[in-house]
Each structure stands twice: as structure tokens, then as C-alpha cells.
Design a protein. Structure first.
Length: 357
């Protein structure tokens, strides 16, 4: 949402109020700092071990007095988090129009990803304006009975944010040098594989199979694996137990947005179950192996920038090996068209909200 906050802030005739829930406090604050955003309201709901019920209830309770006070013309929410779903529900209860940024993403399976598939379906069902990132997302919304007049294909604001940050890094030698020094333990003569993994449906056996694949990849001798390990203990425990002493596997803390973009740009291959990374990596020309059985972003697979490998050890290892050893295959994936936007999504959203209603 950061590019959208920036765009609305410079639009005459708009009074913008930013509310954050801090569902993930550590992840939120560094992004606010990077984009110089000061929230008008901060629910600060983060609690150790909180459940999805806790998050939903606390967002609903926290937003009620804010919505009554502000009485907005629109409430905009992004994506498929529990925060987004609960915020949309709070607006719906007060009959405030809802605009959904990144609308229309579907896997068709309510349990994959869970609970995100349910969250985004709820938002689209009760919203009035859908900002779809792709034509495929628009067609999904149409099939679900949403009026074409309520849908605008914009690209995804995540690409706006990505291109902004890449430009900042590349145009400031001090920032780039500082990031390079932070990761000076990496061997520039070895292939860099960047890994993320945090989806609930991969907990347990799926995480164990992923770890086995990473050990096999590192055992090649010409590759190094860099894994910022999610704070959830269902990820931390198995990853540190299985990979903590492995040569050429580096387990690091979850990274702030700016250094993570730097690492994506520096890597050769990205192995991930993250939805956002599936969009960001193609914009950087990085092949993606998606450790999920289904994805709500099929455009990347169709375009050839991503391959679904699930948590199948053999698939992860074999596709990684092919990307490292077959240069023509690597080039086809890295040069494939990015279907997720041109960096102007925020402009299109502002135009529709302010002039197109």
C-alpha cells in the first residue's frame, strides 16, 4: 500500500487516513520507515502466540471507533491477510464502500493457502470496487458475478514499490555498499539461491522435505543457499534443527524490505512459497520455484517465470539443477514477460477513486 499512500498524499482534494493493525509489528515498522509513512491510527494488536481468532476480533474491535470517528467515503484494503479481511468486514458493518487492491486472486482451494483464500473471497464478496492486478484476475471476478463496471485492471502496487526501492539502491552508492557489507559472508564465486518459506500448509512434513532439498542443493559444492527464516516456530524449529550446521547454507533472521530486495536482485534463483515474491522476482528477471501445490498467481507459471514444485524434494532439486546447469533454460525463464505490472498501478487506482466513480 505504500505507493498508494504516497500517490494519494500528493492528490489535491483527498484527505487520507492511514490505519495499521501491526499484525506483524517487526515487519511493519521497517516498511513504514523506508517509505516515510506515519500512520494516523495504530491498533498495535501484535501479541505472542496470537491466533487468527484473536487477530480478527482485535481488528474488528479496534477499527469500529476509528470508522465512526473518520466516517470515510472509502476504505481501501490490500491483499489477503486476516487484517485486510477483518478491516473490510468492519467497513461493511458500517456500510462504508470497500475498495480491494489486489482483487481476484484465487487458487480454487480454500485450504491452499489457508486462511488467505477465504480472506480474499470474503473481501471481494462484500467490496464495491475491485482493483485486479491482471486480466486473469478480472476474469475470475467476472465468473463470480462481480460487475465489469466494478473492476479495474491496474497491475499490482507491489511492483510500484519494488521498482522504487531498486532505484533507490542503485542510485545511492552508500546504500549499495552498506548492503554488500552486510552480506559479505556470501561467496561471489558460487551460485546464490534465495529461499523463503512460511505457509501454514507446508508446516510439518512439507518443511522437512524442503530442508532435505536444500541440503542436496548445497551439497553440489557450487551453490550457496541463503534462507531468511520466518519467526513462526513451526518454521524455526525444523529449519534450524536440520540445516543449522550445513555447509553452504546460511540461516539468517527475516530481512527488512530493502535488504530483502537487494538479496532478490543479487540471487540467481528464488525458491519460495510467498505470493508477493512470485510477482517481484519476475520483475527482477529471477526464475522462481514455487513450493506450493497451487498458486493464486497462475500468470507467472503461464508466462514461464515460475514453476510449481510443491514441497517435493526431487522436483525442487531437479529444477534447481536444471536452472544452474542449462543456461538456455535459465535465460528463457529470466527473460520471460512479467505479467504483474509496469509500476503505475497506484496512479490508476487514484484516478479511478478520484475521477472515475
Amino acid at each position: 500500500m505504500a505507493p498508494l499512500v504516497k500517490a494519494f498524499s500528493t492528490t489535491p482534494g483527498v484527505e487520507l487516513k492511514v490505519c495499521v493493525t501491526a499484525q506483524h509489528r517487526e515487519m511493519l515498522d521497517q516498511v513504514l520507515q523506508i517509505f516515510d509513512i506515519t500512520p494516523d491510527f495504530d491498533l498495535n494488536i501484535m501479541r505472542p502466540g496470537q491466533s487468527l481468532t484473536d487477530v480478527t476480533a482485535n481488528v474488528l474491535r479496534g477499527l469500529e471507533p476509528i470508522i465512526k470517528e473518520v466516517d470515510p467515503d472509502w476504505v481501501l484494503v490490500h491483499g489477503d491477510t486476516t487484517t485486510a479481511m477483518a478491516a473490510a468486514l468492519a467497513a461493511f458493518y458500517h456500510q462504508i464502500p470497500i475498495a480491494h487492491v489486489e482483487a481476484g486472486l484465487r487458487t480454487g482451494d480454500l485450504l491452499r493457502p489457508w486462511p488467505e483464500e477465504m480472506n480474499r473471497k470474503v473481501i471481494d464478496a462484500i467490496g464495491q470496487l475491485m482493483f485486479a492486478p491482471t486480466e486473469g484476475s478480472r476474469k475470475t471476478l467476472l465468473r463470480e458475478g462481480i460487475s465489469d463496471d466494478a473492476i479495474v485492471v491496474t497491475g499490482n502496487t507491489v511492483i510500484d514499490a519494488l521498482l522504487d526501492v531498486v532505484e533507490r539502491i542503485e542510485s545511492n552508492p552508500n546504500i549499495e555498499a552498506g548492503l554488500k557489507a552486510k552480506f559479505d559472508f556470501l561467496n561471489p564465486n558460487k551460485h546464490l539461491i534465495l529461499v523463503t518459506g512460511h505457509r501454514r500448509e507446508s508446516f510439518g512434513d512439507g518443511m522437512l522435505r524442503l530442508c532435505e532439498a536444500l541440503m542436496q542443493i548445497a551439497a553440489r559444492g557450487d551453490a550457496q543457499v541463503l534462507y531468511p527464516v520466518h519467526l513462526n516456530q513451526n518454521v524455526q524449529r525444523p529449519v534450524k534443527e536440520l540445516l543449522g550446521n550445513s555447509k553452504d547454507i546460511f540461516l539468517i533472521e527475516p530481512q527488512e524490505y530493502l535488504p530483502f530486495i537487494y538479496l532478490m536482485n543479487r540471487s540467481e534463483i528464488i525458491i519460495t512459497d510467498s505470493g508477493g515474491v512470485q510477482e517481484e522476482a519476475p520483475a527482477l528477471g529471477k526464475p522462481v520455484l514455487v513450493t506450493r501445490e497451487v498458486t493464486e498467481r497462475p500468470e507467472a507459471v503461464t508466462a514461464g517465470t515460475a514453476i510449481l514444485v510443491g514441497t517435493d524434494t526431487d522436483k525442487i532439486v531437479s529444477h534447481t539443477a536444471r536452472l544452474l546447469d542449462d543456461r538456455s533454460f535459465y535465460e528463457r525463464m529470466s527473460n520471460a514477460h512479467n505479467p504483474y505490472g509496469d509500476g503505475k498501478a497506484a496512479q490508476r487506482i487514484v484516478e479511478k477513486i478520484c475521477h472515475g466513480i
